[in-house]
Design a binder for this molecule. Sequence first.
Ligand code: SF4
Ligand code: SF4
Length: 104
Amino acid sequence: MKKEENRKLTAAEVASAGLVEAGTADAFHTGSWRSQRPIWNKDKCIHCLTCWISCPDSSINIAPDEKKGTVVTGIDYDHCKGCGICARECPPKVNALTMEQEKK
Ligand code: SF4
Ligand code: SF4
């Protein structure tokens, strides 16, 4: 019996748990991890897109605009984890993003 437990598993016997399909991150609403949330002030925003480039979670929403090219349209709170990078990178003279305590 002991000899059988110590044998090496064949490839077919190794469990495939932990493997997930590619491209599924959008389906997971990781924003529930957040303790702080960015607040975007559209009246102050100059649409420089620094926040969009900086966000590690692609949680700054943008859209094409006839006059300005591309503009910020808001925050994707389903995926934003509240790291605060966007607020830190928004030009200080503009200050269109501020962090607030998350409301539960
Ligand atoms: S707080 Fe972090 S995750 Fe959320 S929008 Fe800003 S940079 Fe992205
Ligand atoms: S970094 Fe600030 S000013 Fe620039 S697009 Fe983002 S919110 Fe607007």
